[in-house]
Design a protein around this ligand. Structure first.
Ligand SMILES: Nc1nc2c(ncn2[C@@H]2O[C@H](COP(=O)(O)OP(=O)(O)OP(=O)(O)O)[C@@H](O)[C@H]2O)c(=O)[nH]1
Length: 301
C-alpha cells in the first residue's frame, strides 16, 4: 500500500443518543454514504467504520449504535459494541441533537465521559433546525458536566461546519502509517453493506408495522462474469404472523423493498445488481450467535 510522505492516522469514536445524527455526520465527514441513516432510532446494528481523508491524514471513524437501556441480548451486544469502539480512540465525538435532546440518554453518556482520557469534542448538530441562543446555553451547560476540549456547531445534513470539524480532527490524529488504502471508505464488507441497505428499506417501507424484530442476513455475494453482482439475502422475522406484512398483497411489498434496495446498491457499488430476497421465520433469531457474528457484533452473555 502506498503511503504519503508524512502519514497521520487515528481513531475517532462517535457517540450520542439514538437519532442524534451520528450516521449522517460520519457520511458527511467521509464524503459519501457508508453508514446507513434512517429516521427510526436504533437502526445502527452493525459497527461500520467510516474512513475520512484530510491531506495526509486518515481518520478512522467508529460509528456506534445508539446507546440505550439494554434489555434483550441483542441490545446488550449493541451497547457493548458501542463502547468497545471507543476504548482506544484518539478523540471522542459526542453528537447531540439540541432540539430533541433525549436527556435520559444523554446524561449517562456525559457522566461516563468524565472518566475518559481521550480528547472530548462536543458536536451540537442540526443547527439548521434550531435557534442560536439556546445552543450557546446548552453548550455551556453540557460543558460544565464533561470537560470538552472543543465545541462545534454543525449541520450534518447540510454539511455546515463539518469541514472545520474535519480539519480539527485531522490535526489531532497522531503520526503513523495509514491503515487502509486511499480508495477505501469503509471496512464493512460489501456483503454486510448490502444487507444494511436492504434492512434500511425494510424499515423505511414497513414503518411501525415491523418494529426491530427483523434482521437481514447475507446469504451469498457473487460477481458475475458480465460485470454485474448477484446478491442473495434472507429477511429473518420472529413470527409467522409477520410474514404477510413483509410480503404484502401478492408479494408486492417485498418486491418494492427489493427494487428500492437494488437501485440503491447499484448506485453505491457502481455496477448492475441482481438482488434475491427470501423471507424466513426464525423465532429464535435474536438469540442466535451466527446472526450476531454476521452483523459484526460480539456475542455477549
Ligand atoms: N435537520 C437536520 N436533521 C438531521 C441532521 N443530522 C441528522 N438529521 C436527521 O436525524 C435523523 C437521525 O439521523 P442518523 O444519522 O440516522 O442518527 P444516528 O444518531 O446515527 O441514529 P442511530 O443509528 O439510531 O443511533 C435522520 O432523519 C437524519 O436525516 C441535521 O444536521 N439537521
Amino acid at each position: 500500500m502506498s503511503q504519503p510522505k508524512a502519514p497521520h492516522c487515528g481513531l475517532v469514536a462517535v457517540i450520542g443518543a439514538p437519532n442524534a445524527g451520528k450516521s449522517t455526520l460520519v457520511n458527511q465527514l467521509v464524503g459519501q454514504k457508508v453508514a446507513i441513516t434512517s429516521a427510526k432510532a436504533q437502526t445502527t446494528r452493525a459497527r461500520l467504520l467510516g474512513i475520512a481523508l484530510e491531506g495526509e491524514t486518515q481518520i478512522l471513524l467508529v460509528d456506534t449504535p445508539g446507546i440505550f437501556e439494554p434489555r434483550r441480548r441483542l441490545d446488550r451486544a449493541m451497547v457493548s459494541a458501542a463502547w468497545e469502539g471507543t476504548t482506544a480512540a484518539d478523540a471522542v465525538l459526542l453528537v447531540v441533537d439540541p432540539v430533541k435532546q433525549r436527556r435520559h440518554e444523554l446524561m449517562p453518556l456525559l457522566e461516563s465521559l468524565k472518566d475518559r482520557l481521550e480528547r472530548k469534542i462536543l458536536v451540537l448538530n442540526k443547527v439548521d433546525a434550531s435557534a442560536k441562543e439556546p445552543l450557546l446555553a446548552l453548550a455551556q451547560e453540557l460543558g460544565a458536566i464533561a470537560d470538552f476540549a472543543e465545541v462545534y456547531f454543525v449541520s450534518a445534513l447540510t454539511g455546515d461546519g463539518v469541514p472545520q470539524l474535519k480539519a480539527r480532527l485531522a490535526a489531532m490524529m497522531p503520526e503513523g502509517p495509514w491503515h487502509y488504502p486511499e480508495d477505501q471508505v469503509s471496512d464493512a464488507s460489501e456483503r454486510l453493506l448490502a444487507a444494511e441497505v436492504t434492512r434500511e428499506q425494510l424499515y423505511r417501507q414497513l414503518h411501525e408495522e415491523l418494529p426491530y424484530d427483523a434482521a437481514v442476513r447475507p446469504e451469498s455475494y457473487e460477481q458475475r462474469p458480465d460485470g454485474s453482482v448477484e446478491i442473495r439475502q434472507q429477511i429473518v422475522i420472529a413470527r409467522d404472523s409477520q410474514k404477510p406484512i413483509v410480503l404484502g398483497k401478492q408479494g408486492r411489498r417485498i418486491k418494492e423493498i427489493g427494487e428500492a434496495a437494488r437501485k440503491e446498491l447499484a448506485e453505491i457499488l457502481g455496477q448492475k445488481v441482481h438482488l434475491f430476497l427470501h423471507v424466513k421465520v426464525d423465532e429464535r433469531w435474536a438469540e442466535s450467535r451466527e446472526v450476531y457474528e454476521e452483523m459484526g457484533l460480539d456475542w455477549v452473555r
